[in-house]
Design a protein around this ligand. Structure first.
Ligand SMILES: Nc1ncnc2c1ncn2[C@@H]1O[C@H](COP(=O)(O)OP(=O)(O)OP(=O)(O)O)[C@@H](O)[C@H]1O
Ligand SMILES: [Mg+2]
Length: 258
């Protein structure tokens, strides 16, 4: 069986893409899956988070066939393999064909490929087109939610809407304000958000800081619940369409009649 590709995508920075990638990687490795995490963000969020892994070649070398994917793999104490990013990805957007070739080169050695991405439309096209599953992290503020809805809209343009598994709510402090609580309830009731929230925790900051702290039991438990939902959850396509129309500033009924 070829490895399954999960792309973690958003058009907005700082919404928890790297934290979500890290959580899914940790959960999958803990469950015995063979995981490879590829950092496609030129600022190197996930590469920094996985800094303990010794860096050899980067994804730029692999994309341009200077080295094979096998030669760019780094070992991380989580039990995953990682491929580091490179700043040249700022101008050089990975294409669907390049990514398919790379994943194809992994043959049957891996169960899961995680793609952490750059919040920039041209660089999201390849990673979203190649994904078997797409998850969209968001913080609970209006700008982040709007960016999440625009990201869903991008998936619709690429005709991969049905591959969206849901929205990961991240970085929410407890106790929640009433506004935050009502935003979260709205997302959950519509079926868009996963039930698992990656609640604000200093543990996430430590785990992804690259200093080698591994997630504690509580973070791992959240991660495992999230991975399970990503694996089995049905996709509420109508809710996704309504969410897109929210970003376009139209009410769902208006949008539906166009
Ligand atoms: N659940 C959480 N608990 C604590 N901190 C969090 C949580 N989620 C995200 N953060 C913090 O918020 C910031 C942004 O998170 P992260 O790096 O995961 O987002 P990103 O979408 O990958 O950002 P970028 O677009 O810059 O790559 C980081 O400082 C991260 O540590
Ligand atoms: Mg990041």
């Amino acid at each position: 069986m070829p490895a399954e590709i999960i792309t973690i995508a958003s058009l907005k920075g700082g919404v928890g893409k790297t934290t979500s990638s890290y959580a899914l990687a940790a959960a999958a490795a803990d469950g015995g899956l063979r995981v490879i995490a590829i950092d496609l963000d030129p600022t190197g969020g996930l590469s920094n988070a996985l800094e303990k892994a010794k860096r050899t070649a980067t994804i730029a070398d692999v994309l341009h066939e200077r080295v094979s994917i096998q030669d760019a793999l780094m070992d991380h104490p989580l039990g995953i393999k990682a491929v580091a990013s490179h700043r040249s990805l700022n101008e050089d957007n990975p294409t669907e064909e390049q990514l398919r070739r790379i994943v194809g080169g992994l043959s049957d050695d891996f169960d899961l490929v995680l793609l952490d991405t750059h919040p920039h439309e041209p660089s999201l096209l390849g990673p979203m087109a190649v994904a078997d599953r797409i998850v969209i992290p968001t913080a609970l503020d209006i700008l982040s939610l709007r960016a999440a809805a625009l990201t869903v809209g991008l998936a619709q343009q690429l005709e991969v809407l049905e591959r969206i598994r849901g929205i990961i709510v991240t970085n929410v402090k407890r106790p929640m304000s009433r506004i935050t609580e009502s935003l979260l309830n709205g997302l959950s009731l519509s079926g868009l958000a996963f039930d698992t929230v990656l609640w604000y925790s200093p543990g996430w900051i430590l785990a992804t800081s690259g200093r080698g702290e591994l997630p504690d039991q509580d973070l791992l438990a959240q991660s495992k619940m999230l991975l399970r939902e990503v694996a089995v959850r049905p996709v509420p396509e109508e809710a996704l369409r309504q969410f897109i129309s929210m970003a376009q500033g139209r009410r769902p009924r208006e949008a539906a009649t166009r």
